[in-house]
Design a protein around this ligand. Structure first.
Ligand SMILES: C[S@@+](CC[C@H](N)C(=O)[O-])C[C@H]1O[C@@H](n2cnc3c(N)ncnc32)[C@H](O)[C@@H]1O
Length: 275
């Protein structure tokens, strides 16, 4: 495990390197969530006591990381992972009083308006946030001047068709490109997508330098330890060398008024449409 600890401990992510390798690997649901959360948190003004929503938190590694590192309170919301297990993980990590797990669907969030100082999402926003209506909906839960920050797997250049090296089967039989990869977008795409929203300003979008390499290295660690639940994507990432694959970070500040909540099933009644 000493070698694995060294592999997970990167000088560019000093906070992440302090977490137990077994804990990181056994609770992972994709490319190392702690490295991505640390990169995201470097761009956010996280202060003790702030209210943070971690949307699509999975097994809540990122929620626990933010609570421990910054003393923020985190509402750890996820669809697929039960909150009971996330509560036990948070308690075991010593932040049971700062992390509040719940099951929630991203279009029906059970919070009051302007509740959060910051909303974060790591490797999850691509599943629901490519809808042009979504950021407007989400922004209602942020206080004025609050921030939303996401990290998603993304494309480093636009594509019309699937690159051949990503559709050719890997030696393990897997094909890298699955339909869900169409939710990977370029930084430019995310910038334009978020700029269409009048509730948010100060939009900053960038990419993680050599992001593909972190993703590749984490896949190799999972291969070496046998901890992955899925066949490895390492060969696809190695073929790609970051030409297309990597990570995109987007940050924005809430400055405008929220519009109508178009995901609210009661909207028809409120608006008189259903009378
Ligand atoms: C790849 S996992 C990443 C989990 C975690 N953020 C991490 O990095 O370890 C994506 C997560 O997004 C969540 N998710 C997907 N669609 C969702 C939705 N509509 N509402 C809430 N969560 C969603 C899933 O439950 C899943 O845990």
């Amino acid at each position: 495990m000493t070698d694995i600890r060294m592999l997970l401990n990167k000088p560019e992510f000093p906070r992440s390197g302090r977490y137990e390798p077994d804990w990181v690997l056994e609770n992972q649901m994709g490319p190392n969530a702690l490295w991505l959360a640390e990169w995201l948190s470097n761009a956010l003004p996280l202060k003790p006591g702030m209210r943070v929503l971690d949307l699509g938190c999975g097994r809540s590694l990122t929620s626990i990381f933010m609570a421990r590192e910054f003393g923020v309170q985190v509402w750890a919301a996820d669809l697929w992972i039960t909150p009971d297990h996330n509560r036990k993980r948070a308690e075991a990590a010593g932040v049971g009083d700062l992390v509040f797990p719940l099951r929630a669907e991203a279009h029906a969030l059970p919070f009051s308006n302007v509740f959060f100082d910051v909303i974060v999402s790591v490797d999850a926003y691509q599943y629901f946030g490519t809808d042009v209506l979504y950021l407007s909906y989400l922004s209602r839960f942020l206080r004025p001047d609050g921030f939303v920050g996401i990290v998603v797997p993304g494309l480093m250049q636009p594509i019309d068709d699937i690159p051949e090296h990503l559709s050719r089967p890997l030696a393990n039989g897997k094909v890298f490109w699955e339909d869900e990869c169409w939710s990977f977008k370029t930084p430019d795409w995310w910038r334009k997508h978020w700029r269409r929203n009048s509730t948010m300003s100060d939009i900053r979008v960038d990419t993680l330098q050599d992001g593909w390499r972190y993703w590749y290295e984490f896949e190799k660690i999972l291969e070496a330890t046998g901890k992955s639940v899925f066949p490895s994507d390492a060969e696809g990432l190695e073929r790609d060398q970051g030409r297309y694959l990597g990570f995109v970070r987007a940050i924005a500040r809430r400055t405008g008024h929220a519009g109508a909540n178009l995901y609210d099933p009661a909207i028809g009644i409120h608006s008189g449409v259903d009378r």
